[in-house]
Design a protein around this ligand. Structure first.
Ligand code: G
Ligand code: G
Ligand code: NA
Ligand code: MN
Length: 253
C-alpha cells in the first residue's frame, strides 16, 4: 500500500490519534505544556509514527484532512482536561505548510476552540519554515496575527534547519523557537555553538527557546546553564496517550 492510501484508510477508519509529550521548564523542572504528535493505530502492529504516512503531509487534500482530524482530537482531549480541572499549560498542535495555504485556517481553528469551550490561551501552534516557503509573506502574517490576537502562541519548529530563518524572525511575530533535535543531540562543539547562538538570539529578541530531544541529565544541565527556557525529550517523557497525561501531571505536582 502507498503512504497516501494508508493515510486515507486511517482517516476513514478513525485510526488517527494524538500522543502528548510534555514540555518542561528547565529551571523548575515542572511541566508547562505538551506537544500533540500524530499517531495512527494499526490493528496488528500497534501504534505507528507519522513517518509511515509522511508524504500525506504534502498532499493538498490529505494534509488538510489530517490536520483537521488532529485538531478535533486534541481539542476534545483538552476539553476533557479542562473539565477535570487539570493544570496542563499550553498544548501545541503542529501545522503543515499545506494547511497554512488555506486563508481560513486561523478563523476555523479559533471557531473550533470556541465550539468546544477551550480557551485559545491553552493552545500553541508549531509551524516550520516550510510555511514561509510555500506561502506569501502577507498571507502568513495575516494568519499568524489572527491566531496571536486570539491568544494562540506561535512556535517555530525545527529552527535552524530550514530556510531564511533569521529574516523571518525580524518580520513575523513568533513567541517560541524550537531548537532542532539534530543540534541538541549532536555532541560536537560546533553543534553546541549553534545551540548557544539560538538561545542568545531568543534572549535578544524576547523569544522563548525550547530544546528538543533531551535524552540525558548532562544535556539538560548544559542547556539550563546556557539559558534555554524549556525542554522536551525522552529524559522527561516519551510522547504518551491522552489517558496518561493526568498521571504525568499528578507525578509532577
Ligand atoms: O512523533 P514523531 O517524532 O514520530 O514525529 C515525526 C514528525 O512528524 C515530526 O517532524 C513531527 O513534527 C511531525 N508531526 C507529528 N505530528 C504531526 C501533526 O499532527 N501534524 C504535522 N503536520 N506534523 C506532525
Ligand atoms: O519535528 P518534531 O520536533 O515535531 O518531532 C518530534 C519528534 O521527536 C517526535 O516524533 C518525537 O516522538 C521524537 N522525540 C521526542 N523526544 C525525543 C528524544 O528525546 N529523542 C529522540 N531521538 N526523539 C525524540
Ligand atoms: Na513539532
Ligand atoms: Mn521539531
Amino acid at each position: 500500500l502507498s503512504m497516501l492510501s494508508i493515510a486515507r484508510d486511517a482517516l476513514d477508519r478513525d485510526l488517527i490519534l494524538p500522543y502528548y509529550q510534555p514540555k518542561i521548564d528547565l529551571r523548575t523542572g515542572r511541566i508547562v505544556g505538551f506537544e500533540a504528535l500524530l499517531r495512527w493505530n494499526h490493528a496488528g502492529r500497534g501504534v505507528q509514527s507519522p513517518a509511515t504516512i509522511a508524504v500525506a503531509f504534502d498532499d493538498p487534500e490529505l494534509a488538510i484532512a489530517l490536520g483537521e482530524r488532529m485538531q478535533e482530537k486534541v481539542i476534545a482531549d483538552v476539553r476533557g482536561w479542562c473539565e477535570r480541572g487539570l493544570d496542563f499549560g499550553r498544548v501545541a498542535i503542529n501545522a503543515s505548510a499545506m494547511e497554512f495555504r488555506n486563508a481560513d485556517f486561523a478563523i476555523k481553528l479559533i471557531a473550533r476552540l470556541a465550539a468546544f469551550g477551550v480557551p485559545a490561551t491553552n493552545i500553541e501552534l508549531e509551524i516550520t519554515e516550510g510555511v514561509f516557503l510555500d506561502n506569501s509573506d502577507a498571507h502568513v502574517r495575516r494568519i499568524i496575527t489572527t491566531l496571536r490576537d486570539a491568544g494562540i502562541t506561535i512556535a517555530l519548529d525545527d529552527f535552524g534547519t530550514g530556510y531564511a530563518s533569521l529574516a523571518h524572525l525580524k518580520q513575523f511575530p513568533v513567541d517560541v523557537l524550537k531548537i532542532d533535535r539534530s543540534f541538541v543531540d549532536a555532541p560536537s562543539a560546533s553543534d553546541w555553538t549553534i545551540v548557544r547562538a539560538i538561545i542568545g538570539l531568543g534572549k535578544g529578541l524576547g523569544i522563548k527557546t525550547v530544546a528538543e530531544g533531551i535524552e540525558t541529565i548532562e544535556r539538560r544541565d548544559a542547556l539550563l546553564n546556557d539559558g534555554c527556557d524549556f525542554g522536551q525529550g525522552y529524559l522527561f517523557s516519551a510522547p504518551v496517550p491522552a489517558a496518561a497525561v493526568a498521571d504525568l501531571l499528578e507525578a509532577d505536582r
